[in-house]
Write a protein that binds this ligand. Structure first.
Ligand code: ZN
Length: 174
């Protein structure tokens, strides 16, 4: 594995251990040329997936990219990293078992929304606000309604928790 810092090909594995309930192997690596340390993960990939973006562009599915967008939605939320990893793995398995090698990005967004909805309502609103872009005020109320009726919220109090930044559309002038 090439060193991400100095591009040396001489990196060494210092430590290998199973993680994510044995679904992955985590390796700590060190570069003898620059002293850089980094971690790699080895995971089963059942099939190669291609994502069809909204504009029709095709890109190779990137688990890390999915992971990052989920982590951004869950930033500072009380959800353990292990649960996040399991959630991402679950989404990837669902995508792999769809039987299609090309998957529209909207289908991935839908799976992420469904998973976040059960995991953390704040993260769900954050992700939905970006994903759906809240072009209509009605979208916003719809999402809050989904949360109010979800398993995580009691009493239907749909006030978004602090720390949620929502891009609300400007009210039209009358
Ligand atoms: Zn190096």
């Amino acid at each position: 594995m090439r060193c991400p810092y100095c591009s040396s090909e001489n990196t060494q594995v210092k430590d290998s251990r199973p993680t994510e309930e044995n679904a992955a192997i985590r390796r700590r690596r060190v570069c003898p040329d620059c002293g850089g340390r980094f971690t790699t993960f080895e995971r089963v990939q059942l099939r190669e997936l291609t994502v069809i973006k909204r504009a029709g562009r095709r890109v190779v599915f990137d688990r890390d990219k999915l992971s990052r967008s989920v982590e951004i939605a869950l930033r500072k939320r009380p959800v353990e990293p292990d649960r996040i990893e399991r959630m991402v793995s679950g989404i990837v398995r669902q995508l792999e078992s769809m039987g299609e090698s090309e998957i529209p990005s909207s289908a991935i967004g839908q799976l992420v929304m469904e998973a976040l909805r059960g995991l953390d309502p704040v993260a769900y609103v954050r992700f939905a606000s970006v994903y759906r872009d809240f072009r209509e005020a009605a979208d916003f109320h719809e999402v809050l309604g989904e949360i109010a009726h979800g398993p995580m919220t009691e009493g239907g109090d749909a006030e978004p928790a602090s720390g949620v930044r929502l891009r609300m559309p400007a009210e039209p002038e009358h």
